[in-house]
Ligand binder design. Structure first.
Ligand code: BTN
Length: 243
């Protein structure tokens, strides 16, 4: 399944280094599957999870041909520039709390990027990772559920790493950014991925131990939405207020 030839020669994504960074007792990353090209890491993760693969399995790709964003949008996924990954989780949490999985993932990414790259990442409700008011990445959580509980969740993370403004369609050029654009240099996808997996593992364990209150507390500290004037659009009704 791995394509060692491709990534050993000219690819800054070292799956070997990522695998070696996972500690023995980790839930997340025990199994890491790499694809050079994939339709969507989320789509493949959903198939694997339906076939009962291990909790914590991570799917990483160098390029997606059908990357999915929220609300049926397309996620721009050019070869070798960004991180595209999905993680399969099977948390014992009620279905009504499923949204907490997106928040925990967003918080983990934000912490990892802050620690490694010293950038102030904020979370725009519910799933956008923002730097200097521009979108750096996003999270797409897809869930298979039983009547009241989650059977499994696929957390899809897309993070712009070495994407340049010119790689983006004009309509989103002013709204999106990448680590390279923010830092003014190329950024290692391997190091960024390792930092993210580390934080996901740490914060997932805190979620399992202390429950959702802990995650909500962390989210409030990092939210770019709370306290702002907002407009909520629901079917035909617009509600204006303060988040
Ligand atoms: C959004 O902000 O709309 C969510 C974007 C999520 C994109 C990631 S890239 C890896 C994973 N696979 C997908 O097809 N989508 C998610």
């Amino acid at each position: 399944m791995d394509n060692f030839l491709f990534y050993s020669k000219n690819n800054d994504l070292s799956i070997e280094n990522i695998r070696n960074s996972i500690s023995e007792n980790s839930i997340i990353g025990k199994e890491i599957l790499y694809f050079q090209t994939i339709t969507s890491t989320n789509t493949v993760a959903l198939e694997l999870a339906s076939n009962n693969c291990k909790e914590g399995t991570v799917i990483i790709a160098d390029m997606q041909t059908n990357g999915k964003g929220r609300l049926g949008r397309k996620w721009i996924s050019p070869m070798g520039k960004n991180l595209y990954m999905s993680i399969i989780l099977k948390p014992e949490i009620p279905l009504k709390d499923a949204q907490i999985l997106t928040l925990f993932s967003a918080i983990s990414c934000a912490h990892a990027i802050k620690k490694l790259h010293k950038l102030n990442v904020l979370i725009k409700w519910p799933n956008d990772l923002m730097v200097n008011n521009k979108k750096l990445g996003g999270i797409l959580t897809e869930i298979k559920n039983e009547p009241k509980r989650i059977s499994f969740a696929v957390i899809g993370i897309g993070l712009n790493i070495n994407l340049e403004r010119k790689d983006l369609p004009e309509d989103i050029r002013e709204k999106a950014t990448s680590l390279k654009e923010e830092l003014g240099r190329n950024v290692s996808r391997t190091d960024t991925m390792i930092a993210i997996l580390e934080e996901l593992e740490r914060i997932y364990n805190l979620l399992l131990k202390f429950g959702k209150t802990f995650i909500i507390g962390e989210y409030l500290k990092m939210s770019s939405t709370i306290g702002k004037d907002i407009k909520v659009i629901m079917n035909d009704t617009n509600i204006i207020g303060t988040a």
